[in-house]
Write a new protein. Structure first.
Lengths: 231, 231
DNA sequence: CGGTTTCTTGATCAACGTCAATATGAGTGG
DNA sequence: CCACTCATATTGACGTTGATCAAGAAACCG
């Protein structure tokens, strides 16, 4: 089996259950694409001609509203697909994909991914499951933003980030890629000012430590309390 | 071709492109289920054993958070599927499905729907498209709730409702099923008080008219202005 | 007709955004 | 290596949106 880009593609959830042959054939159709930190794989409203699998790095998907406000719809970790728009019936990307660190993706054109989905039911079912999970996550976040205080939303966001990309350190769990207060604000629907204040308070009370773009959760348990019962 | 429950099933987007035979076979596996106004087809956290197609009536999907706050994740119109949870890899329903008027649904068990999806690629691709559209909608609403004022969110919610279920009246477009201020509050992430005040103001300025659970948009254009550039 | 749900409206208040100023570090070119 | 610049972060003062609290009115229902 192939092992392109130093990444084990059998681990990719979308490909689970696909036999080696078919996987190799599918891979043959992909090309590799890189984006340095700060650049994008695609921008909001670009024609959605491709879909991608993140192989290395970290991406954020960002939607911008007419008045310039931005929202981070998802952080993408290696092994996850992104930019499905065309495959799923949209003609343009609903958001931009910005590399938070230097990143590498495998890129398919939407048409061949569609035919692969049609040819391999297991692939389509996997896609449905993944998409279902994403829909549930989006709805959960909707409920949070609609009903919960900023502090709690920030707590949840940090826990999600930690779950997706924990890097154990001496004194706690570090989030494994650079996250600005602005990023956190855009995932939680708050301003960077409020986020900054909240994090400062938490640093003060020993729940977390951090410096520029780095956040270490010293006390995930206490964060979970904050996230759940609003202690 | 079958025409069960007085509803033309060829119009259902999920079934588009499926041949008559297969459609009939699929329908044979469904059973009919009714829910009177106010009752539910299923509740949040129930085991997700079935998936459903709304044939008549109107449903709202509601998520409740631990502190009792509710959010309406979607209004379901006839012809739309709901309660896909199990098919999409979740074991329990992420929300309840409450009938806003007396309603009828066709019900499949999740296993047979899964095998139908596996057997008919066209079905799986349709499902992916529909789910993709839903994901985009959820993300749009997330962006709205995170960045926009309540007034604008209410305007958008009304326009969405009108689009999904407009009933032309003498003086404007009526929303074709009973919607309470509470419902609107739960779709927009506001309180019913705020919604009530906003609607009162709009009634005052002639943008809409309404009575108990009835809303008539007299001036959709002005609502659209409010929804877009915050005029 | 009494009870219940829905809706309205006022008064008050706090969460959080906005505005503003400053600090801190990281990268860059001279 | 240092000066400069830019992005990021901190912090305070203040204002506004919209929630909360409270009370009552109106419509519907058995």
């Amino acid at each position: 089996m192939d092992n392109r880009g130093g990444f084990d593609l059998r681990r990719v959830l979308l490909f689970r259950g696909l036999n080696g042959c078919d996987l190799t054939a599918l891979l043959a159709k992909a090309r590799q694409e890189a984006a340095v930190r700060g650049s994008t794989f695609f921008n909001e409203c670009d024609d959605a001609l491709h879909c991608r699998l993140l192989v290395a790095g970290r991406i954020k998907l960002v939607q911008t509203s007419t008045d310039g406000n931005q929202v981070v719809t998802r952080f993408v970790a290696p092994g996850e697909m992104f930019g499905w728009a065309q495959v799923l019936g949209a003609s343009v990307y609903p958001g931009s994909a910005e590399a938070m660190v230097d990143s590498v993706a495998l890129t398919w054109d939407a048409a061949s991914m569609r035919s692969a989905l049609a040819a391999h039911p297991v692939l389509a079912l996997n896609a449905l499951e993944l998409l279902g999970a994403r829909l549930r996550e989006a709805q959960d976040r909707l409920r949070e933003v609609a009903t919960e205080r900023v502090e709690r939303r920030v707590a949840r966001a940090l826990l999600r980030l930690a779950r997706q990309s924990a890097r154990p350190t001496g004194e706690g769990v570090e989030i494994g890629f650079p996250v600005t207060r602005q990023d956190l604000a855009e995932t939680t629907g708050a301003t960077l000012h409020t986020v900054s204040r909240i994090l400062a308070a938490w640093e003060h009370s020993g729940i977390l430590a951090g410096s520029r773009q780095r956040i270490v959760l010293l006390h995930p348990g206490r964060l979970e309390t904050l996230a759940e019962d609003g202690g």
